[in-house]
Design a protein around this ligand. Structure first.
Ligand code: GDP
Ligand code: GDP
Length: 469
């Protein structure tokens, strides 16, 4: 994108992201990678980028303007002279005009008193703030982020502007803070995700982790009541809508857990969502109430990921995800194929795997399967475990075709569908799900009758009574 191109296809001003930080932390380098160009001057001389440099950037379908400020040094100007004072004034102006501020700090150098003062100023500005801990060039340096976290910096994100590390996480965090511009409402096809679970399992803690601090959430989409309920979020380079976030945050202390803000409201939530993150308390395992919630999620045809939260509270001797899964499956065999992550909203452990997993479940939810591939998979499944012959009558499966999407439905044509045992239908569903890596979704497999003479249609016609979706 060049500066002359219209941004976000609207006349309104695109959101502005200001990059600030003390000299030499890597602001210009970061600016260059964010706008994917070499517009700013990178130089070892502190303060060499004197004027604000502005360039458009896009991420996850969102357009914004990136502003490289010369620096927001809180040190008195006397040390660095007049130029520094001017730069600081410019940077402050840039912050005032910004919708989001990225404060860059130098990871190996640690949090300096100057950084602290800058962060204090920025917090006071009330602008959504993202802290980029730069120069983490190798994985060995990633641990440095913890120092910033320990020093009270909220949501420090480790990056290496020079080596291209952590940048998508940073971009996601930036985009998540931006107000939606006109015509920039989340696209209709953005996958809608809900966090559900019993009271106290850690939904709102997880939400805070996923969204960042309160301010970020509030500025994410100001406006109508509807906006406050659902929150657009960018993660893994994709756009999502987290639904019913206001409901999770509302601190209702209802006595009866069944009627509380967990399970019952979740039922309404299920009708509006595509993918459900069912939160469990890892110290308790899956309770009956959790199992009912998962059952309803499946019955509603939604994608589902189990999050065993509070993993940090599980005693070290029992902190084995495989053993946790085995116990869960032993008690609830029907959920054996569900993706499960052991996570902690408090330490952040395990959450790095969340968005990649969401992307996989999303793929399964949206999958388009060609009839020839489906037929090969069906033939393989039938030949590796031939069907029984109830009442001496041979069961025949002719072909399969996809008859629904989001979630996927498959119809298999057979000679006597009514005679096929449910266990065999389940087997076929499981084999097809396995073959096409359809994880985390309830594959809807139906059987329909077709006479042997119709066995090889040149182009299989969909069944007349088609599923609505
Ligand atoms: P600014 O003054 O904050 O704009 O910083 P610059 O972008 O000009 O970078 C200052 C110095 O830090 C330059 O020598 C950059 O090459 C270097 N630098 C920037 N990003 C990184 C990084 O991720 N890792 C390392 N090792 N050096 C970096
Ligand atoms: P919600 O009712 O499901 O929204 O649960 P909250 O997010 O309010 O969490 C309930 C309690 O569990 C709070 O005291 C949280 O601090 C605590 N909590 C949530 N997640 C974790 C976690 O991963 N580890 C630990 N140790 N505590 C957690």
């Amino acid at each position: 994108m060049t500066p002359s191109e219209p941004v976000a296809g609207s006349a309104a001003r695109p959101p502005v992201v200001a990059i600030v930080g003390r000299p030499n932390v890597g602001k210009s380098t970061l600016f260059n990678v964010l706008v994917r160009a070499r517009r700013a001057i990178v130089d070892d001389t502190p303060g060499v980028t004197r004027d604000r440099v502005v360039a458009p950037a896009t991420h996850a379908g969102r357009a914004f303007l990136c502003v490289d400020t010369g620096g927001l040094s809180s040190e008195p100007a006397r040390r660095a002279g007049e130029i520094a004072a001017g730069v600081r004034a410019q940077a402050l102006r840039a912050v005032a005009e910004a919708d989001c501020v990225v404060c860059v700090v130098d990871g190996p150098a640690g949090l300096s008193p100057e950084d602290r003062e800058t962060l204090r100023l920025l917090r006071r500005s009330g602008k959504p703030l993202v802290v980029a801990v730069n120069k983490l060039d190798t994985p060995a340096r990633d641990a440095l982020v913890a120092d910033f976290y320990a020093a009270g910096v909220e949501r420090p994100i480790g990056v290496s502007a020079a080596h291209g590390r952590g940048l998508d996480v940073l971009r996601d965090a930036i985009v998540a803070t931006l107000p939606a511009g006109p015509g920039e409402a989340p696209a209709a096809e953005a996958t809608r995700i809900a966090l559900v679970g019993r009271p106290n399992v850690g939904k709102s803690s997880l939400l805070n982790r996923l969204l960042g601090d309160e301010r970020t959430l509030v500025t994410a989409r100001p406006g109508t009541t509807r906006d406050a309920i659902d929150t657009p979020i960018a993660a893994g380079g994709r756009s999502y809508v987290l639904i019913d976030t206001a409901g999770i945050r509302r601190r209702t202390h209802v006595k009866d857990p069944l009627e509380g803000h967990g399970a019952v409201r979740a039922l309404g939530t299920l009708t509006r969502t595509d993918l459900v993150l069912v939160v469990l308390d890892a110290t308790e395992g899956m309770t009956e109430q959790d199992a009912r919630l998962v059952g309803r999620t499946r019955a509603a045809g939604r994608g589902c990921i189990l999050l065993a939260n509070k993993w940090d509270l599980v005693p070290p001797a029992r902190r084995d995800p495989d053993a946790f899964r085995e116990r869960l499956v032993a008690a609830h065999g029907a959920f054996a194929s569900l993706p499960l992550l052991c996570v902690s909203a408090v330490t952040g452990e395990g959450l790095g795997a969340l968005w990649p997993l969401v992307a996989r479940v999303e793929q399964a939810y949206e999958v388009r399967l060609g009839t020839p591939e489906l037929n090969r998979a069906l033939a393989d499944a039938v030949s590796s475990r031939p069907p029984p012959s109830p009442g001496g009558r041979a069961l025949r499966f002719y072909y399969a075709t996809q008859t629904g999407r989001r979630p996927p439905a498959i119809t298999v044509f057979a000679n006597v569908p009514d005679a096929v045992p449910a266990a065999y239908t389940r087997y076929l569903g499981a084999r097809l799900a396995e073959r096409f890596r359809l994880i985390g979704i309830p594959l809807d497999l139906r059987l329909r009758a077709r006479r042997a003479t119709e066995r090889r249609p040149s182009r299989p016609r969909p069944p007349r009574a088609r599923r609505a979706r």
